[in-house]
Design a binder for this molecule. Structure first.
Ligand SMILES: Nc1ncnc2c1ncn2[C@@H]1O[C@H](COP(=O)(O)OP(=O)(O)O)[C@@H](O)[C@H]1O
Ligand SMILES: [Mg+2]
Length: 225
């Protein structure tokens, strides 16, 4: 697997993305170092989610480039890009997006199973992580049978279980009450920092941004200097 010479996990240059008449992201250049926690803040509609999905290679820019661990995401096939996302990235969305038919444990095992880890090893790893997040009693429940905060912690476990080099989180605590939000946020930061994963965290909560190593602000599609 090609790992670039630089220390950056993610770097982008001049990313521009237009939706209809709206320039959702304009000339965005960002570098995120190994293990770094970067918060992206800004008003609703300022382009935070679009930037996150461009950096993750989910959206393709109209202009500009993204490198993930030294690989130019615009220069590889869709299949290769999906493989890089699976192995090197984790995702946490606002509503968790756990698979409703699977138990919490099965959800957390999924990235491991998809990357060829044995069922036994995946189960042990997922169980360890769920226990660490205080979810041992919920491991065999489906997401609809647990609280929003518990489901979001399981989603965080799923995002980090395969020790990705970068986790992309889009308002991961935005749908939770303040107690559950604080618990989920500390789970996310603890697991990312313990595993050495970089974290790119979109949030409009100032207290969430305050936990980051660096804060970037977006306004009208432009990253503020
Ligand atoms: N799929 C889409 N269809 C229409 N407009 C979109 C789409 N994605 C983004 N936009 C527009 O791009 C701008 C930035 O959106 P977004 O990245 O979702 O902002 P944020 O996450 O900061 O709220 C907004 O004006 C939004 O309406
Ligand atoms: Mg958004």
């Amino acid at each position: 697997m090609g790992i670039g010479v630089g220390a950056d996990v993610v770097s982008s240059d001049g990313l521009t993305y237009t939706v209809g008449q709206t320039v959702a992201v304009r000339e965005a250049s960002v570098c995120v170092a190994r293990g770094e926690v970067v918060a992206i803040t800004g008003p609703s509609g300022s382009g935070k989610s679009t930037l996150l999905f461009l950096l993750a290679g989910v959206l393709s820019p109209d202009k500009g480039s993204v490198h993930l661990n030294g690989v130019d995401l615009g220069a590889v096939s869709d299949r290769a890009r999906a493989g890089l996302r699976l192995r090197q990235c984790g995702f946490v969305m606002q509503f968790g997006d756990l698979i409703p038919e699977l138990t919490l444990a099965e959800n957390v095992e999924l990235p491991l199973r998809l990357t060829g880890v044995s069922a036994r090893k995946a189960r042990a790893t997922a169980d360890g992580l769920l226990a660490r997040l205080g979810l041992d009693g919920e491991r065999n429940r489906t997401p609809s049978r647990v609280s929003g905060g518990q489901a979001q912690r399981a989603a965080i476990a799923r995002a980090l279980v395969h020790q990705p080099s970068v986790v992309f989180a889009d308002e991961p605590t935005g749908a939770l009450d303040s107690h559950s939000a604080a618990q989920s946020l500390s789970a996310l930061l603890d697991l990312a920092r313990a595993g050495g994963s970089a974290l790119i965290l979109v949030t409009h909560a100032a207290e969430v941004a305050a936990t980051a190593d660096r804060v970037l602000t977006m306004r009208d599609g432009v990253l503020q200097a």
